[in-house]
Design a binder for this molecule. Structure first.
Ligand SMILES: NC(=O)c1ccc[n+]([C@@H]2O[C@H](COP(=O)([O-])OP(=O)(O)OC[C@H]3O[C@@H](n4cnc5c(N)ncnc54)[C@H](O)[C@@H]3O)[C@@H](O)[C@H]2O)c1
Ligand SMILES: *[C@@H]1O[C@H](CO)[C@@H](O)[C@H](O)[C@H]1NC(C)=O
Length: 315
């Protein structure tokens, strides 16, 4: 654990905040939580009870009983003096975050990182009223659920200081996360843009009648998706070109011209979100999804994911 970070504030304890809080607790940190919604504390206790066994499975030897080192407070402001790191998980609304970050920046101790889980808003959109130390604000964008999925996208704004970036990266790493640094603010950051690119082509192929929705999913889960969990697109490309440092270039040269032809077709048939294409897509997807047993599928997914995470090196 980063040496100085012992107490974390979790601001907003919904889907993402609850999961972050579980992870912080599992790593032995003290967590001070605030969320104005009625019943937030009971909801969190139930979530923690349910999540604890899978956290235990993933992390190995943990105490049998869920950690109790957390506290719900109505007003976080007087408690910020105790806090060494802030993870914000409130609603994704720019005015809300502007107001909240102004307050957090005003009261957090100097040098304390204030990270937002925001999945779309870059922090430059909501630091305008921060008068003290806007350089300690950045995005720490997790993937749901953050207590299981290792990726965190760390997205500084142009004025975030290098020392703060280093502290945030080190903190997430010490939690067992795999933080990646996004060097420039772009809408959707990186992982969600990659997903959006795949999704756009999937919607296009399905709505054109090229493939069924079910087979489209199989074409990912039994093919490239299986490999992507181990080697990302770049190393996968290099291996496709015979591996080694030259493999990537070889593949570009060998397949580049053909791929440019596919891209022309992809652009011509790009999913345009028109009513017509949308209704074709929804009709085909609807047929597929009515047959899914959701409770069985979720159980299987979580169990396979846990086994995968346990067997995967360099987490
Ligand atoms: N859901 C996801 O898959 C996902 C993934 C990555 C990042 N995110 C981001 O995480 C953030 C939270 O998303 P979520 O899905 O957990 O939303 P959510 O609606 O489940 O949770 C938001 C919580 O914030 C609370 N809140 C409202 N006003 C508050 C205040 N003044 N102070 C403290 N808490 C307050 C709400 O009561 C609610 O419990 C968003 O910025 C979202 O973009 C979500
Ligand atoms: C769905 O799966 C669950 C768990 O395996 C099973 O108990 C249930 O009967 C299934 N439901 C249907 C409708 O097949």
């Amino acid at each position: 654990m980063s040496q100085q970070i012992r107490t974390v504030a979790v601001i907003g304890c919904g889907v993402i905040g609850m999961s972050w809080a579980c992870l912080f607790l599992a790593k032995g940190l003290k967590v001070i939580i605030t969320d104005p919604v009625e019943g937030a504390e009971d909801r969190f206790r139930r979530y923690l009870d349910e999540a604890w066994p899978s956290i235990q499975l993933q992390l190995g030897s943990l105490q049998q009983e869920p950690a109790k080192n957390y506290e719900f407070v109505a007003d976080i402001v007087p408690r910020l003096i105790e806090v060494d790191f802030i993870q914000e998980n409130g609603p994704e609304r720019v005015e809300f975050k502007q107001e909240l970050f102004k307050t957090l920046d005003q009261h957090a101790r100097p040098g304390v990182v204030i990270a937002s889980s925001s999945s779309g808003l870059p922090s430059s959109a909501f630091i305008g009223q921060c008068e003290h130390e806007p350089g300690r604000i950045l995005i720490g964008h997790p993937f749901n659920p953050p207590h299981l999925i290792p990726l965190v996208e760390v997205v500084p704004h142009a004025g975030t200081t290098p020392a703060i970036i280093t502290t945030a990266m080190a903190f997430y790493r010490a939690l067992g996360k795999r933080p990646v640094l996004i060097r420039k603010e772009v809408p959707g950051f990186v992982a969600n843009r990659l997903q959006a690119a795949i999704n756009a082509e999937a919607y296009s192929l399905i709505s054109r009648g090229v493939i069924s929705a079910e087979d489209l999913d199989t074409a990912v889960t039994s093919g490239p998706g299986l490999r992507w969990g181990v080697t990302g697109p770049i190393v996968t490309n290099a291996l496709g070109g015979g591996g080694g440092a030259d493999g990537f270039n070889t593949r570009l040269e060998r397949l580049g011209p053909a791929i440019r032809g596919w891209e022309k077709d992809m652009l011509e048939h790009r999913f345009d979100w028109s009513e017509e294409r949308l209704s074709l897509l929804k009709a085909e997807v609807g047929n597929y999804l009515t047959a899914v047993n959701w409770s069985e599928l979720t159980r299987q997914r979580d169990s396979v994911l846990l086994q995968l995470l346990k067997s995967k090196p360099n987490l």
